[in-house]
Ligand binder design. Structure first.
Ligand code: G3P
Length: 218
């Protein structure tokens, strides 16, 4: 499973990129707005200069023609941009046109197996299955990821769409996404840092240092 970072915060992206475990970044309008930056193009281009991998940038248009126009423009911002398209009939229409043009897309706001099937058949490069938001309303978000992975696997010779476990809220979600066979988990920086940490590791490091200090002073 690959790890993408789910943020538009440049400092977080720089720090996480140094760890060598991040192979892409996903953003959405809310994440960019959180950084108080209104120039989405500048943000995406800066992210693209830091991470050499797919960078998802979302369109805001809702009608197919406008979506397609906006997506073509967004994809011109950098060679590694993937255009995030929200699930809808218009979104599917846009994905089918864009995929024929060789523009990579990420179907976002996917909350059902059927939405994922439609996205894959339309030619989406990725489908983003939102785990946390389903959990929030009492559904099993990771079960949906597992079902999508199982179905896509049956048709892997023809459907190349990859499953992104998105809306990840805590480290257990990442473990579960890996067990479910998600191709990618896109995770907030805070969750990545939680994955690094274990109290026994910290205790172990300080015990090694103490023991060595004692013997080296003897
Ligand atoms: O990748 C989608 C993600 O940003 C949504 O996360 O926590 O807003 O549900 P969340």
């Amino acid at each position: 499973m690959r790890i993408f970072l789910d943020t538009a915060n440049i400092d977080e992206i720089r720090q996480a990129a140094r760890l060598g475990v991040v192979s892409g970044v996903t953003t959405n309008p809310s994440l960019v707005a959180k950084e108080k930056k209104a120039d989405m193009k500048a943000v995406i281009q800066e992210i693209s200069s830091i991470v050499d991998g797919p960078i998802s940038a979302e369109v805001l248009s809702l009608e197919p023609e406008a979506m397609i126009r906006e997506a073509r423009n967004v994809s011109s911002w950098s060679p590694n941009v993937v255009v995030k398209i929200p699930m809808s009939a218009a979104g599917l229409e846009a994905i089918s046109v864009l995929s024929r043009e060789g523009i990579r897309t990420n179907l976002t706001l996917c909350f059902s197996v059927n939405q994922a099937i439609l996205g894959a058949v339309a030619g989406a490069t990725y489908v983003s299955s939102f785990v946390g938001r389903l959990d929030d309303i009492g559904h099993d978000g990771m079960q949906l990821v597992a079902e999508i992975v199982e179905i896509f696997d049956k048709y892997k010779d023809r459907l190349k769409t990859q499953v992104i476990a998105a809306s990840i809220r805590h480290p257990l979600h990442v473990t579960a996404a890996a067990k479910a066979g998600a191709h990618i988990a896109t995770i907030p920086y805070s969750v990545l840092m939680q994955m690094v940490k274990h109290p026994l590791t910290d205790i172990g490091i300080s015990r090694f240092a103490d023991d060595w200090r004692r013997i080296s002073k003897a």
